[in-house]
Design a protein around this ligand. Structure first.
Ligand code: CA
Length: 95
């Protein structure tokens, strides 16, 4: 696989590793999302400790309102984080 192909496969693999912890095996509930952020993205997002941050993040990502994130809703989050990261890196390259 190419670098990009294996990156996409990794995103899918990580998503499923966390969805399988509790409840619906194909969706991330809030506690699973929190674990995923804290364990898989510590350098990018920092530790999310307060419940209000998780509540508002979950609310903004959960577009169909079932209180869990399916893969498409999760990808919105990955896109957001990736774009922020990219903008941050570009900004720093300009300096
Ligand atoms: Ca949902």
């Amino acid at each position: 696989m190419t670098d990009l192909e294996s990156s996409l496969a990794t995103i899918m693999e990580v998503f499923h590793r966390y969805t399988e912890k509790e409840g619906d095996k194909h969706k991330l509930k809030k506690s699973e999302l929190k674990d995923l952020i804290n364990e898989e993205l510590p350098a990018l997002t920092g530790q999310v400790k307060d419940q209000a941050t998780m509540d508002s993040l979950m609310e903004s990502l959960d577009t169909d309102g079932d209180s869990e994130l399916d893969f498409q809703e999760f990808m919105t989050f990955i896109t957001m984080v990736t774009v922020c990261c990219h903008d941050f890196c570009e900004h720093h390259e300009d300096e």
